[in-house]
Write a protein that binds this ligand. Sequence first.
Ligand SMILES: NC(=O)c1ccc[n+]([C@@H]2O[C@H](COP(=O)([O-])OP(=O)(O)OC[C@H]3O[C@@H](n4cnc5c(N)ncnc54)[C@H](OP(=O)(O)O)[C@@H]3O)[C@@H](O)[C@H]2O)c1
Length: 278
Amino acid sequence: MSTEAVANGRPRPTIRPWALITGASAGLGAEFATQYAARGFNLVLVARRRERLEALAQALNHYGVAVLVQPADLADSATPDRLHAAMKAQGIEIDTLVNNAGYGVPGSFMSQVWRTHVDFQQVMVNSVIALCFRFIPEMQQRAQGTIINVASLAGLMPASAGHTLYAPSKAWMIKFSECLGHELKPRGIRVLALCPGFTYTEFHDQNGMRALVSRLPGWLWMTAPEVVTAGLAALDHGAMVCVPGLLNRLLAVVVRVIPARLAHALSARRASDIRRTD
Ligand SMILES: NC(=O)c1ccc[n+]([C@@H]2O[C@H](COP(=O)([O-])OP(=O)(O)OC[C@H]3O[C@@H](n4cnc5c(N)ncnc54)[C@H](OP(=O)(O)O)[C@@H]3O)[C@@H](O)[C@H]2O)c1
């Protein structure tokens, strides 16, 4: 409980809302944590690397918000229920859920072992559904809440070979967010699909694509603070889908308005600049 809000000249007790952010140990997730802390939210930070989450919690100390570190692997199908139970046990109601954790698997579909695909599906799709399913009821009860699903511009682009499950998982995420957004808007809950293009984070180091994508021109890239700031502004304006950056928005529009065959041909021609197809 804090007492910063002032009503009629007297301090009024306020309860800080809680934001639960997955993939908070790096990149966009760490930036979401920073910007939500700056907005006065208490935080639940989720990712596998405990030491990274603890370092971030320490770095956010000066905002004076509570930060709870919850190391967890979202490839484990039990994680969403465990997280929800842990929140319930501590009397924490989540106001804002940021489904941000994610990664890419390079190469072709058949170059990977089955386990890789199962884990990917669990992190990128199933855990998102499960976390929404668990945390929406309490948002509905309060007639207030926010869900941000971090998708990708890749989910709006024509399909091409390589990294085969990534773009479909993000296309799914965008459509899921829109359906959920329409359902939940009358109940006071906002849902946003955030669709970044190339962003400077650890994403391309984790999937081994840094050398290839660093040949792309700098004007194609955005920083994590730029992406998150655009996402939160879009949410404040009631958007359900946000493509941050003028160039990315232009790309998303162009592939919709040009003939599909041309869009696919262009996409196929550029695919080897950004993907491995072996
Ligand atoms: N960077 C880009 O160019 C770009 C573009 C479009 C969309 N995106 C999307 O943005 C989101 C954030 O990625 P980023 O760019 O910030 O990449 P990042 O810097 O590599 O961060 C990814 C985060 O996801 C977490 N994560 C990965 N696997 C996990 C698992 N099994 N369980 C729990 N947490 C897991 C990582 O934490 P641990 O390793 O500690 O678990 C890390 O905190 C992703 O959904 C990504 O698809 C990124």
